[in-house]
Design a protein around this ligand. Structure first.
Ligand code: MRU
Length: 383
């Protein structure tokens, strides 16, 4: 059974609590946009596409509970209500562009309906909910295309190998999206076409999306995989264990510079040094054509305490290659010297010059002879 981070039917939104993974699979109810805001802010749900979808659906769910009271609103009145809630949701996390893109798109659809002669609060809510629900459906289909395009391009490009090994960073799978995943979607596609030798995932400090979430997804899918700490990436490349690095994106700007989980940039430098392909996999909803350069991306700074602490169940015993865990007691321990200063940017920016391909649901974007990406042309298939 595939993992589902987001369970939605009209009027009911439940999300898998990613803070509890991999030890517990608990779904939490999201009834309002406020619930959605805090779930995103506190990383109960995370990953650029999933953040946008949960934000949009949290408001869709809140609006469903207003159905009985919609006669109290005009079409313009409910438009105002929706816009305020979307603006609020948009402040939850700043770096991933999918959220602000979804907000802009939903606001435009709602404004159009509210301005239509004969529209009602009911019809405006219908348009909002339809738009938010379409985002959920489109994301899974887009990810399957990303997976297939990316796998096909890698196999064609890495000469002389029918099967390859890849390294990935952070979590870009079913848990970060509506399903299937982006960079992890490429790994899934390679695996399902029997073209994957091995997947390596980094631990991804400080939030451990790699060891907690990607490792969980890889084990769940039965994909041959190995976890490394972030500091082991250079060593495994030097040992020639990796043919390509595939990562996701929180924001790809017009020139191809890409913001993704902190640590992505160092992997791109390492890949270049070792002559390994470096691929960014992201839906076109992660592309921000309004920002020209990566230096203009707002990088989210997170709390200092995320860096100095680590949480998990108590280890009772080491039994062979397994740990006997006491799942009833989740502990948080401090790993740093008290008083040390901390810097905790959640993302970094990989310059376009270090990226070989940007894979979207439309195809594989490559650079021209002058080394430039043409992301505006991604409405046509570039594969
Ligand atoms: O802080 P997070 O966990 O939301 O960061 C997630 C990432 O950086 C992912 O790589 C990115 O959002 C792509 S998810 C398909």
């Amino acid at each position: 059974m595939s993992l589902e981070a987001i369970k939605y039917t009209r009027g009911e939104l439940r999300i898998l609590d990613q803070l509890k993974l991999p030890h517990e699979s608990i779904y939490v109810d999201i009834k309002t946009s406020k619930d959605g805001y805090y779930a995103i802010l506190n990383m109960v749900v995370r990953g650029a596409p999933a953040i946008a979808i949960v934000a949009a659906l949290s408001l869709a769910t809140e609006l469903e509970t207003l159905r009985g009271k919609l006669s109290e609103y005009t079409a313009r009145g409910i438009q105002d209500y929706i816009e305020k809630a979307l603006d609020y949701l948009n402040t939850s996390r700043p770096t991933a562009v999918n959220l602000s893109g979804a907000v802009t798109k939903l606001k435009a659809a709602v404004a159009k309906e509210a301005a239509r002669e004969g529209s009602t609060a009911q019809s405006v809510v219908d348009v909002y909910q339809g738009g938010a629900e379409d985002m959920l459906d489109a994301d899974v289909a887009d990810n399957r295309n990303i997976g297939n395009f990316g796998a096909e391009w890698l196999l064609k490009t890495i000469a002389g190998k029918e099967k390859i090994s890849v390294l990935t960073h952070c979590n870009t799978g079913s848990l970060a999206t509506a399903g299937y995943g982006t960079a992890l979607g490429i790994i899934r596609s390679l695996w399902s076409s029997r073209s994957l030798v091995h997947a390596f995932c980094t631990e991804t400090r400080p939030y451990n999306q790699g060891s907690r979430l990607t490792a969980y997804e890889l084990v769940h899918e039965g994909i041959p995989a190995t976890l490394i700490t972030d500091s082991m990436a250079a060593a495994i490349m030097q040992m020639k264990k990796v043919d390509a690095v595939v990562v996701g994106a929180d924001r790809v700007v017009a020139n191809g510079d890409t913001a993704n989980k902190v640590g992505t940039y160092q992997l791109a430098i390492l890949a270049k040094y070792h002559g390994i392909k470096f691929v960014v996999a992201a839906p076109t909803t992660s592309i921000d054509m309004k920002t020209a350069h990566g230096k203009d991306i707002h990088i989210e700074q997170r709390a200092w305490h995320e860096v100095v602490k680590i949480s998990g169940p108590r280890v009772d015993e080491i039994v062979g290659d397994r740990l006997a865990l006491d799942l009833k007691h989740i502990h948080t321990v401090n790993t740093a010297a008290p008083g040390i200063g901390v810097f905790n940017p959640s993302f970094d920016v990989t310059p376009a010059e270090l990226i070989d391909a940007i894979v979207t649901e439309k195809g594989v974007g490559l650079k021209d002879a002058e080394g430039k990406f043409h992301l505006d042309a991604l409405t046509t298939i570039l594969n």
